[in-house]
Design a protein around this ligand. Sequence first.
Ligand SMILES: Cc1cc2nc3c(=O)[nH]c(=O)nc-3n(C[C@H](O)[C@H](O)[C@H](O)COP(=O)(O)OP(=O)(O)OC[C@H]3O[C@@H](n4cnc5c(N)ncnc54)[C@H](O)[C@@H]3O)c2cc1C
Length: 324
Amino acid sequence: MGSIFVYVEHREGTVKKASFEAIAAARSLAPEGEVVAIIVGSGVQDLGAELGQRGADRVLVAEDDRLQFYAPIATAKVVADLMTSAGGGIYVCAATAQGKDVSARIAARLDAGMASDVTALRLDGEELVCERPIMAGKAIATVRVKPGTVRMVTLRPNSIPPLEADPARTCAVESAAMNLDENDLKARTLEIVRAEGGRIDVAEADIIVSGGRGIKGPENWGIIEELAGLLGAAVGASRAVVDAGWAGHEMQVGQTGKVVSPALYIAAGISGAIQHLAGMSSSKCIVAINKDPEAPIFKVADYGVVGDLFEVVPALTAAIRELG
Ligand SMILES: Cc1cc2nc3c(=O)[nH]c(=O)nc-3n(C[C@H](O)[C@H](O)[C@H](O)COP(=O)(O)OP(=O)(O)OC[C@H]3O[C@@H](n4cnc5c(N)ncnc54)[C@H](O)[C@@H]3O)c2cc1C
């Protein structure tokens, strides 16, 4: 079967939770197999030990000052070369924006079969069997990635829990060979400018409170933010709200926004159009607040409150505040 490689994403000296989930997925595929984490960047050597505690057996560190921020061509080349020189294997990566970008590039370089945005995976002999939501989440496709030099998969964040960090678990951390020229660095990120307010990214959040057109106007958006703030949640929005300019595009959940899978998704004043459901129907627990009992969002909700959000949301906020 070969090793199972995990491309690890990091930012500002911290490994992304979704990459720990990818390591857990790799571990689950072959409990006795070798899980090799690949980390590319500058000053990332120290992250190796933590990757070992989360399930990696070996960490390959590709260090280069020019790779401080994500450089798509160079990163794809480094990872593809490492897997090729190891004789291939299985590749797992979080289906984040960066993960999807780099994985597609690696698959093209290696002519490898890939299942993207999967929510479950297992091995059936040498075949990688993956489940992935299709048709805006209305159906689940089972995809089989046939044995080849490399079999690739990107994993939807929040689909598989990360392994608890085991401080007693150690791993080998090795410098990886790299062969980059200027052409490989034609495209690279030079600077990352943070959005004001340090918002939690909906794509990574455990809890999301989303507002829809039922919120009526930007002057009322504060009730969504207040509930989210109290829960330590990210703020999401339907496209109607984003198109109206009441919320930023980075908050949009859905087919043309972000695909999310949090533990808890609270939808207030969102009708539940198919394009919205495409982005959130794999959430673990969905709470819908809508004054229309026929709203389609109730079809996917675990808990539904039929009522006026201007009464229900503040009451929920007050009740949670009372709990301390
Ligand atoms: C190609 C394409 C891509 C799209 N991509 C996306 C996408 O990525 N994400 C997305 O969200 N949409 C997307 N859409 C748009 C989608 O079809 C819907 O138009 C949109 O999701 C509707 O947003 P909404 O639910 O906020 O608004 P509405 O559909 O207008 O629903 C508002 C809801 O609020 C309820 N409401 C009103 N007042 C109250 C109140 N006081 N209390 C409680 N409930 C109340 C109403 O009953 C209603 O159900 C896309 C559409 C197309 C064609």
